[in-house]
Structure formats: structure tokens, C-alpha cells
Ligand binder design. Structure first.
Ligand code: ADP
Ligand code: ADP
Length: 231
């Protein structure tokens, strides 16, 4: 499972400003869709609606996961089905292990380690004196932006949701850090349905489908190759 469908979705935060206007698309199970478009075009709104941060009203279209209207899905099962990796991850002032286990506290040590390895964070964690028990934040080690991101990726790998929402805001990480977490992200995205607010060229180039948004509408769509052929 993990198929997402937007059916003629329109949405306004306030009267007279339309954030989305008749948006329809499908993310087939296991495929990656990249949202591109200038600031204010509606990319974040798509993710927020899918996460039910806001609900659609009757007449504003439908959002379906595996054929089911998400308004008929409980928040809890939606949160189980969807993993979110935001632009810059904030960690709890707790141990690294706690931060990875958060959301799946019953996980075994082996599973936690496997997730940290896939997130390319295990070796770094083992370099700390207390390993997975090392505290992060104010009273512990200070992690770089990329390292925090990898901890968040490990947490999401452990949670193992069929759907991923990724927000690659431009500001958070410098280019070399981005390159650094690329492998971890690839491990996360593989085999899941993903919807990304895409800024990295590599994300756009590897997406199965690119949706170009403008003023709340999809104005172009296709593979990277197809879109390049248009120009
Ligand atoms: P993007 O992610 O592509 O930058 P958004 O989805 O954030 O675009 O925004 C789409 C439109 O909705 C914009 O006109 C934006 O100003 C407006 N908008 C976004 N968030 C809010 C909000 N919380 N309240 C009111 N308007 C908003
Ligand atoms: P706002 O811009 O309206 O203040 P935020 O961006 O701070 O909203 O997000 C508030 C919550 O909405 C997040 O904690 C998350 O649950 C959800 N959310 C917002 N943006 C995203 C996103 N890009 N991907 C997934 N969830 C998001």
C-alpha cells in the first residue's frame, strides 16, 4: 500500500486567496513524485493537506490513500502510514537512541542499529563516548544540521511508513552536507511512495514524476527527460 491520489483538490486558507485550484495527480505505490514551483505556488499546502493538518470540505475535492478518503482515516493510522522529514529536524534533548526510537519505542537494539546504519549515522554515534546513550542538545553533544537530519532519517526508517513527505527547503543545509545525506535519503525513499518539495537537482532528476505548480495549479508534468524536451 501507499498509493496517493488527489482528485480535483481546491483549497483556500482564507477567502479570496486560493492556495490550490483543481489539483489532480496520482502517486502510484512505491513511486516518487517531486513538486516544483516558485514560492507560494502551493507545494507545502499539498503536503499539509495529505497530513491532514487541514481538512478539505465537501466540494473541495478528495484525497485518497489506497482508495480511501483520508477524512475517513483516523489521525493515528494516518501518522503511522506517513513519515515526514522536514527541512531541518529538531531533536529532543535526550539520548540519540531515544531520538531514533521515538515513534517506535518497542524496537530492538538491532533494528535501531540497522536504521542508524542505513541512515549513515551509526559510525558517528559509535564515535561518541556513550554511543547510543549519548545525550544530544544543550546538555550533550552538539550535532551538525546534517547529523540531526540523519537521526531523523533513522527514526523514519525504523518507523517504516509506506508514505514519505519530504520538504527540501533551500536554506537548511549547505551543498556538501546535502551530498553527505544523499545516500541516507536514498535508503529512506527506496520502496516507498514519496512526495517531495524538491529543490535538489538529484531529487528532481530521479523522481518518477515531476509536477510543476504555479498559482495553485499543475501547469506541467512529466519525467525530467520529458520536461527538458519541452524547452
Ligand atoms: P509553496 O509551498 O509552494 O511556497 P504554499 O503552499 O505555502 O506554497 O502557499 C500557497 C498559497 O497559500 C500562497 O499564496 C501562500 O501565501 C498561502 N498560504 C500558505 N500558508 C498559509 C497560511 N498558513 N495562511 C494563509 N495563507 C497561506
Ligand atoms: P505553518 O507554516 O502553517 O506554520 P508549519 O510549516 O510550521 O506550518 O507546519 C506545522 C505542522 O504541519 C508540522 O509540524 C507538520 O505536522 C505539518 N507540516 C507542515 N509542513 C509540512 C511538510 N512540508 N511536510 C509535512 N508536514 C508538514
Amino acid at each position: 500500500d501507499g498509493e496517493i491520489e488527489f482528485e480535483n483538490v481546491s483549497f483556500s486558507y482564507e477567502a479570496r486567496t486560493t492556495a490550490l485550484n483543481g489539483v489532480s495527480f496520482k502517486v502510484p505505490k512505491g513511486s516518487s513524485v517531486a513538486l516544483v514551483g516558485e514560492s507560494g505556488s502551493g507545494k507545502s499546502t499539498i503536503l499539509r493537506l495529505l497530513y491532514r493538518f487541514y481538512d478539505l470540505k465537501d466540494g473541495e475535492g478528495r484525497i485518497l490513500i489506497d482508495g480511501k478518503d483520508i477524512r475517513d482515516v483516523t489521525q493515528l493510522s494516518l501518522r503511522k502510514a506517513i513519515g515526514v522529514v522536514p527541512q531541518d529536524s529538531v531533536l529532543f534533548n535526550a539520548s540519540i537512541g531515544y531520538n531514533i526510537r521515538y515513534g517506535k519505542f518497542g524496537a530492538s537494539e538491532e533494528d535501531i542499529e540497522a536504521a542508524a546504519k542505513a541512515a549513515q549515522m551509526h559510525d558517528r554515534i559509535m564515535s561518541f563516548p556513550d554511543g547510543y546513550e549519548t545525550k544530544v542538545g544543550e546538555r550533550g553533544v552538539r550535532l551538525s544540521g546534517g547529523e540531526k537530519q540523519r537521526v531523523a532519517i533513522a527514526r523514519t526508517l525504523l518507523k517504516n511508513p509506506p508514505i514519505l513527505l519530504l520538504d527540501e527547503a533551500t536554506s537548511a543545509l549547505d551543498t556538501s552536507t546535502e551530498k553527505d545525506i544523499q545516500k541516507a535519503l536514498q535508503n529512506l525513499v527506496r520502496g516507498r511512495s514519496s512526495l517531495s518539495i524538491a529543490h535538489r537537482l538529484s531529487t528532481i532528476a530521479s523522481a518518477d514524476l515531476i509536477l510543476v505548480l504555479k498559482d495553485g495549479q499543475i501547469v506541467e508534468q512529466g519525467s525530467h527527460r520529458e520536461l527538458l524536451a519541452l524547452d
